[in-house]
Design a protein around this ligand. Structure first.
Ligand code: NAD
Length: 374
């Protein structure tokens, strides 16, 4: 079994460590630039705390789970690969498409795996939506809309600075959930156009530890995009940290025979609804898969199985690289007032087999299931 080293012991590390434990995936050590944070998580989960350099060099670490802030993602991933470790990183894979591409190439050239968040597309809602789409319930997809409307994370996150620096902003922070979900459902994007604006030059922290502190805004915080998918369908994506209230849906997919309403891609569960032409109401779809609770780290389990079984892992570097390229291109389009072509064309990730759930995963991880989940 792959042994994981967790780099970055901030807010999100808790649920990852909890889930890795529940999957039975061993954690060899944790590390953070801030030794106190590493020590606290180490104490909580009864694992060793190391310095970042010690973790990267540790012989018991096969895979580095990179939960640092966005601007450190590419550098940590590069160092881990250079030391012969597989990597799964929080989103975004890198801040620039060239960096993301270089990481994927480095991993490939070294025979190592690289993958990235989000893994919410492995949740019951997005897998159910994919099944309905692929089985033709709405006919041929013609378009999609996706809306991430919010007023930013400074109201709850203890250290929200990174959300307003390069690698943050609503597109780089939340866009990966929406774009990964859209590519999982619709396939890769071939061309984009965008607009981007910075509405407020500073933000006021409202979380209790830094209440009232003003932090500078260095990136656009209201970003809108037109997407053209390789398959011919088109889409609209709006991501914002500037809007107080909205009643827009999260994701809708429009087909020649009907519409799919897809719940929040930042979660794992929620009810998918379908309304075929002629129907006078929406029908809730039954959840056809497990993983409806917060299972962050599920992609690490899938990567561990993929390595063992010699098959591609689902939350792949190619997929994450494509998402970075699309997000970057949206910002380029906004700056230069032109459409931007997308070069990368990742395959849609393989869906789970029908009914795949926590029990099937546990059996797979124990080597007791006959069929691997590809
Ligand atoms: N907080 C959430 O709800 C959430 C949800 C999903 C994804 N994420 C993503 O997870 C990542 C981490 O988010 P967070 O909320 O845990 O942030 P955080 O600020 O709470 O924690 C990040 C940790 O990384 C450490 N760190 C930074 N640079 C480092 C380096 N070079 N080497 C080692 N450690 C380093 C910091 O000291 C900090 O403890 C981000 O990419 C974020 O987008 C967060």
């Amino acid at each position: 079994m792959i042994r994981v080293g967790v780099m970055g012991c901030g807010v999100i590390s808790e649920v990852y460590l909890k889930n890795l434990r529940s999957f039975g995936i061993p954690v060899a050590a944790v590390a953070d630039l801030d030794a106190e944070r590493a020590a606290a998580r180490a104490e909580q989960f009864q694992v060793p705390a190391l310095t970042p350099d010690e973790l990267l060099a540790h012989p018991d670490v096969d895979l580095v789970l990179n939960l640092t802030v966005p601007k450190a993602h590419a550098d940590i991933a590069r160092q881990a690969l250079a030391r012969g470790k597989h990597v799964h990183t929080e989103k975004p894979l890198a801040l620039q498409a060239d960096d993301a591409k270089a990481l994927v190439h480095l991993a490939r050239s070294r025979g190592l795996r690289i993958g990235a968040a989000p893994d919410t597309f492995l949740g019951s809602h997005l897998q159910t939506a994919r099944k309905l789409l692929d089985d033709g319930w709405i006919g041929e997809p013609i378009g999609a809309t996706a809306f991430m409307m919010s007023h930013g994370p400074e109201r709850w996150h203890p250290n929200p600075d990174f959300f307003y620096q390069a690698g943050g902003g609503p597109m780089f922070d939340m866009g990966p959930y929406y774009l990964t979900a859209l590519v999982h459902l619709m396939g890769p994007v071939r061309r984009v156009a965008g607009t981007a604006q910075t509405t407020f030059s500073t933000r006021v922290v409202e979380s209790p530890n830094r209440f009232g502190e003003r932090i500078p805004v260095e990136i656009p915080t209201h970003v809108q995009a037109l997407l053209e998918f390789e398959r011919g369908a088109t889409g609209v994506l709006v991501t914002t940290f500037d809007v107080w209230h909205s009643e827009l849906p999260r994701i809708e997919i429009y087909g020649t025979e009907g519409t799919l309403a897809v719940p929040d891609p930042n979660n794992f569960g929620g009810t998918v609804r379908v309304r075929r032409r002629g129907a006078d109401a929406w029908s809730p779809a039954p959840a056809l898969f497990g993983f409806s609770e917060n299972r962050r780290g599920l992609a690490v389990a899938d990567m561990a199985l993929a390595i063992r079984d010699g098959r591609p892992h689902r939350a792949s570097g190619d997929l994450a690289m494509h998402v970075v390229e699309v997000m970057e291109a949206i910002h380029i389009s906004a700056r230069e007032a032109r459409h931007v072509e997308i070069v990368s064309r990742p395959a849609r990730p393989e869906p789970w087999p029908i009914g795949y759930d926590e029990t099937a995963l546990a059996l797979d991880l124990q080597g007791e299931r006959q069929r691997d989940p590809s």
